[in-house]
Ligand binder design. Structure first.
Ligand SMILES: [Zn+2]
Length: 269
């Protein structure tokens, strides 16, 4: 009789145990925290497989001008040879009607862009280390790109154009000797940036170049480069609509992201 009782009880106990075990992962009540915790380790491995399209690439970013250039006109006005003619070491850059300086805009975008590019695996070199200094001269900025054997170099600016003019422009080199070998690559870089930048909402320039592209032979940064290089004028600081974008941190982040997209296209194409 005792055996019978045990036999009668055991299946019930076993069934209960089995139900408890099988409900793990199937019972709606039980598929909350414990199961999510169990899947977390698998999800945590995802970041390690993030693509690094710019691994091994060197990008030199040149934030135009510098915040204290106006304090040392002797240095900034000194003449340097730009490959075709003498040109001032640098200028103060432009500013909006409200006094937001181009030097600060250039610096902010360069910082945001540096972070984007490094996240994609690139090594990034800046031509200045802050926005509170003077210089370096435009020839030194170009030499930094050349010495780094950059896969791409970019001078970041915003323009001081006519108040009724809007938009961005890409400035590209014209062959003059030192830059002969990188004209085609620079044009390709300019094309890729011009394709990417309208995603920011900034139109191509209404007053400079054709479809946002301008060939220039009067800039040391383009005349003396031995690596693929262009300038980008991200907008017109003297235009109120452009100025509202240029002085906005969210827009500066967008501009950096768009430039990063263009650089990735150029460097991986
Ligand atoms: Zn500038």
């Amino acid at each position: 009789m005792a055996v019978t009782v045990l036999l009668a009880v055991s299946p019930i106990a076993g069934c209960a145990t089995s139900r408890a075990a099988s409900s793990h992962g199937h019972d709606p009540v039980r598929t909350t925290a414990p199961n999510r915790a169990a899947t977390t380790p698998t999800r945590a491995t995802v970041p390690t497989t993030r693509p690094m399209p710019l691994a091994g690439k060197v990008v030199v970013l040149d934030p135009g001008h510098n915040g204290a250039n106006g304090s040392d006109t002797v240095t900034i006005d000194s003449l340097v040879w730009n490959g075709r003619a003498e040109e001032a070491c640098d200028t103060t850059g432009t500013e909006t009607d409200a006094g937001y300086t181009e030097a600060l805009f250039n610096w902010n975008v360069a910082e945001f862009l540096k972070a984007d590019l490094e996240a994609a695996g690139a090594s990034v070199v800046l031509t200045r280390t802050s926005n509170v200094g003077v210089g370096p001269c435009i020839t030194q900025r170009t030499a930094i790109g050349n010495a780094a054997h950059a896969d791409a170099a970019l001078s970041i600016h915003a323009d001081g154009g006519p108040a009724d003019g809007r938009g961005f422009a890409i400035l590209e080199p014209i062959p003059d000797g030192p830059n002969d070998a990188v004209i085609g690559a620079s044009q390709e870089l300019g094309h890729d940036l011009a394709e990417a930048f309208p995603s920011t909402g900034m139109p191509t320039s209404s007053y400079d170049g054709v479809n946002g592209i301008v060939a220039r032979d009067d800039l040391a940064g383009l005349n003396l480069t031995s690596v693929p290089k262009v300038f980008i004028e991200c907008g017109n600081m003297r235009n109120s609509v452009d100025a509202a974008l240029l002085t906005s941190t969210p827009w500066q982040l967008q501009a950096a992201a768009a430039i990063s997209t263009g650089l990735v296209t150029f460097l991986t194409g």
